[in-house]
Design a protein around this ligand. Structure first.
Ligand SMILES: [Zn+2]
Length: 291
């Protein structure tokens, strides 16, 4: 049961594949990573998926995949923007200008052109503004993948134009205990099983920080179910639970559940009494689903 929970990396790889398949992959991506090799490997996977000409992207066997995997695809460019023979480690603005000019030339073989900009944290403000210009109006076939140690090194204006994939450790990782609690809670809510709900919430009595992390995850699942109700398709972390909630509850109930979670998280932050928290949790959840 626990194995159904995908690792964070799996989720990100799946997200890339599904948005490339649906032709909704963004023009600008920032990969935030401590380990630059890991970040660059992910960037190459994205580039490969984008240029693949097979049906099941990345198919691994089409000429584009073969070239991408051999790091010899003519439409995938990798640069760290450092001037040759220069002592400076800066990603130069000249490098960005050259990329900008190149980006307006149509692709060679693929119908995409992908630029992997390594060392993104070493872009100064001038360089970032230069990249921003093209991110604002990119040619339809162009994608930029910036690899940087931390998104905090980028300008807000650039961040507003890119989708961030964070490979930083722990953030967003769900423990087995949390995953089980989320599944049990969703089951109890959907079946209006008061006893199961009480049993589950009783676990929170001893540890309100655990209760908080489960409530944060529940908020995510309720939101995802709402997203799914609106017909938007993407990968969801708790896909089965999201599906059942989407089918079993009204949008109104889901919204109500989200606000209940918000309130309960607020109470935990204010160091509320744990016994009261659990009683309120049962009561409010039941009320939200109209029982
Ligand atoms: Zn392929």
């Amino acid at each position: 049961m626990i194995n159904e929970i995908q690792t964070k990396m799996d989720i990100m790889y799946n997200q890339v594949v599904s948005s490339v398949q649906q032709k909704t992959f963004p023009h600008g991506v920032l990969i935030e990573c401590q380990n630059s090799n890991e970040g660059e490997e992910f960037a190459r996977f994205i580039a490969n998926t984008l240029v693949c000409s097979g049906d099941n992207k990345p198919c691994g066997v089409c000429p584009d995949c073969v070239k991408a995997q051999g790091k010899g695809h003519p439409d995938i460019f990798e640069t760290d923007g450092i001037k040759e023979h220069s002592k400076s480690k800066n990603f130069t603005v000249d490098a960005i200008r050259a990329i900008r000019e190149d980006a307006f030339i149509a692709p060679n073989e693929s119908n995409k052109k992908v630029y992997i900009l390594k060392n993104g944290g070493n872009m100064n403000e001038q360089a970032q503004n230069a990249i921003l210009k093209i991110l604002e109006e990119p040619p339809a076939y162009v994608h930029f993948i910036i690899v940087a140690e931390s998104k905090s090194t980028m300008l807000e204006t650039v961040l507003s134009r890119v989708q961030v994939y964070s490979l930083l450790s722990d953030e967003g990782v769900v423990t087995e205990k949390e995953a089980t609690a989320v599944k049990n809670m969703v089951g109890a809510i959907l079946n209006v099983n008061e006893l199961a709900l009480m049993e589950q919430t009783a676990v929170f009595q001893k540890n309100n920080q655990f209760a908080k992390s489960v409530l944060v995850l529940l908020t995510e699942v309720f939101r995802d179910a709402l997203v799914k109700k609106s017909g938007y398709i993407r990968e969801f972390r708790f896909s089965d639970e999201t599906d059942s909630l989407c089918k079993g509850l009204t949008a109104k109930s889901l919204l109500q559940l989200i606000s209940v979670c918000d309130e309960l998280i607020g109470s935990i932050d204010r160091n509320c009494n744990n016994n009261l928290l659990v009683v309120r949790m049962c009561y409010e959840f039941k009320r939200a689903i109209g029982r």
